[in-house]
Design a binder for this molecule. Structure first.
Ligand SMILES: [Zn+2]
Length: 340
């Protein structure tokens, strides 16, 4: 992501606010917009520094403790009074404009992913942690470090002009945008809303954005209707029967059955959905089974994601996924799907 791109997106955030606060007929750049542009241009070195600091110090969902402190400190330095511990590690602050107007919320997600960073940059992440019992790297592989830095820069510019700002701006630094363990759900946006972040003050409209490496730098991607799909996590436990690898006929091999399930799941989208109207994705991202080359284990575990744009295929998918063929002596295929 280039400097220009990040800055352009930060500016965009502010422009979107201004447009929301301004009557439709008055969209030419106002003196306030020009002032904000100048402040954002001047903030670029800080924005880059913040983003690189965050990039080098990523934290997984619901564990954004240091990120949350970093955000709150910066907001306090701007003269704001952030509320911390929202939905566990979220941060919320309100910029009170000096003129009457609507309440606009700007949202940035804060969490990173269990991915090892493999680049040679001075601000590359070297962090590791334990995720579902495995040692993993931690990386801002989805760009949420950019989102946090951009919202901080927008907050700084908007705070500086708050006397002339119509309405209020609610800053939402959201934890756990990526999935978290089931035991920690609900989390993220859902929990923030439950905890009332849109109620006091009552928010009229919320804007969020996401950096996207396939969009050329300096341009804005958009589409009508939904842009990002709903995400449903599913987990399938395949219960077989342990046997020696040299005598598979004496057991029930959950790895072979699991492999067939992975393949069969691909036909849900390619053969059962009308993909001209209902685009969807079913991905198995985790397949855990066995400990040794010559032991057929008694159990395999498949964990995946279903991505859909509307509720109709979303719930039908679950039915089909639960109806995966039971065969080869398999005892149970248990499917747990949770709407996130
Ligand atoms: Zn993301």
């Amino acid at each position: 992501m280039s400097r220009r791109h990040r800055l352009a997106l930060a500016v965009l955030g502010v422009l979107v606010v201004l447009q929301a606060l301004t009557p439709a007929a008055a969209l030419e750049p106002s003196p306030l917009a020009a002032q904000l542009d100048a402040r954002l241009a001047a903030a670029e070195p800080r924005l880059l520094e913040w983003r690189r600091h965050l990039h080098a110090n990523p934290e997984l969902g619901n564990r954004e403790v240091e990120t949350s402190k970093f955000v709150a400190e910066r907001l306090r330095a701007m003269g704001l009074a952030p509320r911390t511990g929202v939905a566990r590690t979220g941060v919320v602050a309100v910029i009170e404009g000096g003129r009457p107007g609507p309440v606009v919320a700007l949202r940035a997600d804060m969490d990173a992913l269990p991915v090892a960073e493999e680049v040679d940059l001075p601000f590359a992440s070297k962090k590791t942690t334990t995720w579902e019992g495995k040692q993993v790297g931690v990386m801002h592989a989805c760009g949420h470090d950019s989102h946090v830095a951009m919202l901080l820069a927008a907050a700084e510019a908007l705070t500086a002009v708050r006397a002339e700002l119509p309405g209020k701006v609610v800053l939402l630094f959201q934890p756990a945008e990526e999935s978290v363990p089931i035991a920690e759900q609900p989390a993220g946006a859902e929990l923030m809303v439950t905890e009332g972040v849109l109620d006091e003050p009552k928010v009229d409209v919320v804007f969020g954005l996401h950096v996207f490496s396939r969009v050329p730098a300096g341009t804005l991607g958009y589409r009508s209707g939904p842009l990002l799909a709903a995400a449903d996590r599913f987990e399938i436990a395949v219960q077989g029967r342990q046997a020696h690898g040299s005598a598979p006929w004496t057991g029930i091999d959950p790895i072979v059955v699991g492999a067939e399930i992975v393949t069969a799941l691909q036909t849900v989208v390619s053969r059962q959905l009308d993909i001209t109207h209902e685009p969807a994705v079913v991905t198995v991202g985790q397949f855990d089974a066995g400990v040794r080359n010559n032991i057929i284990p008694d159990r395999a575990r498949l964990v995946g994601t279903i991505r859909t744009f509307d509720r109709r295929p979303r719930f039908r998918d679950h039915d089909r996924e639960a109806g995966i063929p039971r065969h080869r002596g398999i005892r149970t295929v248990r499917s747990l799907a949770r709407t996130l």
